[in-house]
Design a protein. Structure first.
Length: 173
């Protein structure tokens, strides 16, 4: 079954539903980035301190304590489950856009790898493998970039109507 470009022929009501969904999840996604910036300053030291604490730093502006196992498991569990559903839905929308199959496949599957590496990485960082902070930053950045690109493509193809030319062939008598 060929789905390439199907988004162009979806009824207007469904397009509106998809557009509203995209607006709401983008608000949620980008507000979560504000939270990440607030808790980690978007750098490796901040990521490490957010999960392992900074009690040893007497000059710390804000005292942070190491997360408990229950807190870490809660963070990992809720983020992996909820973001997997989010990216599954986004993947369905990407699958019906008009894109090359390779780009489409990348945009559909990469976020799942990034979710696994980002939140699995947080668990391994908490376990004391501190170099995972680099994987967390890289995979989280790639996940965000993929989300932005997918959102832009879906929005663009929802808004732009692809014109189909109907050619009438006259039979010569």
């Amino acid at each position: 079954m060929q789905l390439n470009g199907l988004i162009y022929v979806i009824p207007k009501e469904i397009k509106l539903l998809i557009a509203v969904f995209l607006v709401v999840i983008n608000i949620g996604f980008f507000s979560s980035l504000l939270l990440v910036d607030n808790t980690t300053s978007m750098n490796t030291t901040g990521v490490q301190e957010n999960y392992l604490g900074n009690e040893a730093d007497e000059n710390a502006v804000e005292m942070k304590f190491q997360k408990t196992e229950r807190e870490i498991l809660g963070i990992v569990h809720t983020h992996i489950l909820s973001m997997s559903v989010l990216f599954f839905i986004m993947g369905i929308f990407v699958s019906i856009t008009k894109l090359s199959n390779n780009l489409k496949l990348f945009l559909m599957l990469e976020p799942f790898l990034s979710v696994f590496l980002t939140f699995g990485g947080i668990y391994f960082l908490w376990m004391g493998i501190t170099w995972f902070k680099y994987i967390i930053i890289f995979s989280g950045s790639l996940m965000t970039l993929t989300f932005i690109i997918s959102t832009f493509i879906i929005f663009y193809q929802l808004i732009v109507t692809k014109s189909f030319k109907i050619i009438k062939i006259k039979k010569n008598k």
